[in-house]
Design a protein around this ligand. Sequence first.
Ligand SMILES: *[C@@H]1O[C@H](CO)[C@@H](O)[C@H](O)[C@H]1NC(C)=O
Length: 155
Amino acid sequence: MNRQIFLIICSSLLLSASAEFIAIPYGSCGEGFEDLSCTIESVTVQECDIIEKKFCELIRGESYQMNMTFIPQFEGSDLSLKAYAIINGKELPFEEMNSKACDYMECPIKKGVQQDYVFNVNVDMLKPRGKFNVRWLMKQGNENRCCFTNKFKIA
Ligand SMILES: *[C@@H]1O[C@H](CO)[C@@H](O)[C@H](O)[C@H]1NC(C)=O
């Protein structure tokens, strides 16, 4: 076998063995979050099963890597990212999540430069079972800057 072809086969086997990042459906945060300065390019979750093209199913007790790719129209180093489950109209923050965004990106982030924000979602943080929306909100200081929502099903 040609050495190059052999290398290509080996590397594709390695890729399929490592857990894949799956693009998940997401939307904007709606009312109260219109005035943001950020474009979300993609959101992927490692080994997420997408059900009915609508939501990502996660298993309790597992941990998943999530990758939010965005282009900020702002700069800064005072960044936080917090997540809230929205259940019966109430916001339940993911209290155990490390919200210090600069732990996961090189700060200060620069205007117009794409950022990959890769962090762990520990499904113990999402205590209730069932389907619900989650809001992901990044702030620079006290200003809302990036936001998206998605739906998870916790099994
Ligand atoms: C995160 O997503 C971006 C855009 O799809 C990609 O370029 C980057 O390699 C991803 N990072 C990881 C760790 O998967």
